[in-house]
Design a protein around this ligand. Structure first.
Ligand code: SAM
Ligand code: SF4
Length: 545
């Protein structure tokens, strides 16, 4: 099967023009050329925990004002999964007569979708609640609700601690929001923090919030079974469960038909995605035609899901996050390399470079295992961007352990990393078993050292991209100047280039030659239609959902 990858400008994000046919080269030719000029492609920012988005207020992409209805205001904190949950909450509220507002002063209902991953995240929410409490004093009918991980962690304790909160709703209980709101309107406190083994909200079509209309996050699973000793997620988001694959593909198809050009499949550990087809109505029709591999029966693995989403259209980019080093399979890597539209970027958090600390963290791999996975990624996908999460100052971390982390960073040459100092979370295995014995000053000093090291590795990686040509998906105006476009290459690096002389718009693909860089951004110029390569893609027929 052959598909053209669209290149050129369009009047709306959803319409695509096709390139000058004389400019068409085969995918393999272009791939070979790009490989020659891009021995290693790097850095990027899929911001799983995007500092710029913390506390972001809801604004619907499409018209969402229920003219006669009540208004809700929602702020989101934490990881992308929380932001994706706010879109589900928006959809539930919309169906129950609430319209969204960005102005909390005109809202009937104020919601905070919270994060518990580090103490600082909880402190931010508490200070925000302070402001909303003042508003409630002047307008007692205003309802204030706390959603998400902090609600789950503190449960009804929240109501004792934060007296003016009316609703406390955990991540698996959003369907009950309308009932809880009704109770709260009648003067009762509404609390539901029950965790579920099944809830995936598969049937709820999220209302996209604050979207650029080009990129979207799609939740494919919930919860986590891993029990890393430092992490509160298994306690706040419950057991791991995978969402119906057919509903995921449908959601991605809908996004594509609405003009979106990139989906990021989200889960705490996407490589353990596993959904059994026998649960679906499609089973009777399709079970026989699915190649599922030996011994897996009707199971849809992450590699199969990835392939199914990639097949929606070669013009739809697919990303995913997060991968766990113990679970990422060669099957996933081979699927990535087969499909041009599956982005060549993997977020593979290491957390520490010391085997002793990795064991205390219960990460279930060693640094040697981890480095072997990095080697494998680079063998199968030579141009893959790789990023990581790293924690400094975990319980009992010695200067030697810290040096091991620095050395691993040198060896892995991450394109970027999210770096944190350890924050003890009540109830986690680490809080129960180990002493949080590294002074905050030392934790911060070590954090500062790894941040500096990562910055220099990232800058080096960016410099290597000067002179290369990247296919860039345009996401919107550059933050600095409306005269420039801002987009990303397949490795997730931010690319900025001037609009002048071209007829591009948001959602277009452009080929951009890189002339310069900063530590975080590649700066280039678009190639003209006639001298830019256009990619044709071979799509294999190995898996159909
Ligand atoms: N599921 C992903 C994984 O396994 O890598 C990460 C999920 S967590 C929401 C994001 C990151 O927060 C983790 O990778 C870890 O680096 C960091 N983190 C989690 N708990 C932490 C803690 N108690 N203190 C500091 N950082 C923490
Ligand atoms: Fe937390 Fe580990 Fe699960 Fe990631 S894999 S969410 S760090 S328990």
């Amino acid at each position: 099967m052959r598909h053209d990858i669209p290149y050129a400008s369009c009047p709306t994000p959803s319409s695509i023009k096709f390139p000058n046919q004389s400019a068409i080269l085969s995918f393999f030719t272009i791939f070979a050329v790009l490989k020659m000029i891009t021995p290693m492609l790097d850095l990027t920012y899929t911001k799983l925990h995007d500092e710029n988005r913390q506390g972001e207020a809801f604004a619907p992409l499409l018209e969402d004002i229920q003219v006669t209805g009540k208004k809700f205001y929602i702020e989101s904190y934490g990881c992308q999964m929380n932001f994706a949950d706010s879109e589900i909450v928006a959809s539930i509220l919309h169906d129950n007569g609430f319209g969204a507002t960005r102005n909390y002063e005109e809202a009937d209902l104020v919601l905070l979708n919270t994060c518990s991953i580090r103490e600082k995240a909880e402190q931010t929410v508490r200070s925000r609640l302070h402001i909303f409490r003042q508003l409630k004093r002047s307008r007692p009918s205003l309802l204030i609700g706390v959603l998400g991980c902090m609600a789950e962690r503190l449960k009804s304790k929240f109501l004792e601690e934060e007296k003016l909160v009316d609703l406390v709703v955990g991540p698996d209980a959003y369907r009950t929001l309308p009932v809880l709101i009704e109770e709260a309107e009648g003067g009762q406190k509404g609390v539901n923090v029950l965790l579920s083994r099944e809830e995936t909200y598969a049937d709820i079509a999220p209302i996209r919030l604050d979207s650029n209309g080009v990129t979207a996050f799609v939740s494919i699973m919930r919860g986590c079974n891993n029990m890393c000793s430092f992490c509160v997620v298994p306690f706040t988001r419950g057991r791991e469960r995978s969402r119906d694959a057919i509903s995921i593909v449908k959601e991605c198809e809908t996004l594509f038909s609405q003009g979106f050009r990139e989906v990021t499949l989200l889960g705490q550990n996407v490589d353990s995605y596993c959904w059994f087809k026998s649960d679906s109505e499609k089973e009777l029709n399709q079970a026989d035609s699915v190649s599922t591999g030996e011994g897996r029966g009707n199971a849809v693995t992450f590699a199969m899901l990835l392939e199914s989403v990639a097949r929606i259209s070669p013009a739809l980019r697919v990303r995913f996050s997060t991968s766990h080093p113990k679970d990422i399979t060669d099957e996933v890597l081979h699927t990535m390399s087969r499909y041009e539209n599956i982005c060549k970027y993997i977020h593979l958090p290491v957390q520490s470079g010391s085997n002793r600390i990795l064991q205390l963290m219960n990460r279930t791999y060693t640094r040697e295992w981890y480095m072997a996975r990095i080697k494998r990624i680079r063998e199968i996908i030579p141009d893959c961007g790789i990023s990581s999460d790293i924690i400094t100052g975990f319980c009992s971390e010695t200067p030697g352990d810290h040096a091991d982390t620095m050395q691993l960073m040198q060896d892995a040459r991450y394109d970027m990393s999210y770096m944190f100092f350890y924050s003890e979370r009540p109830g986690t295995p680490a809080a129960k078993k180990y002493r949080d014995d590294i002074p905050e000053e030392t934790k911060r000093k070590r954090l500062d050292e790894i941040v500096k090291l990562q910055n220099s590795i990232s800058r080096e990686s960016n410099k290597k991209d000067i002179g290369k040509i990247f296919k860039v998906l345009i996401e919107g105006d550059s933050k600095r100047s409306a005269a420039d476009w801002r987009g990303r290459n397949t490795q997730n690096k931010v690319v900025v280039f001037p609009k002048k002389g071209f007829d591009f718009c948001k959602g277009d693909y452009a080929f951009v030659k890189i002339n310069n860089c900063t530590g975080a951004t590649l700066i280039g110029e678009a190639l003209t239609m006639t001298n830019a390569p256009t990619v044709e893609m071979e799509v294999s027929d190995t898996y159909k959902l």
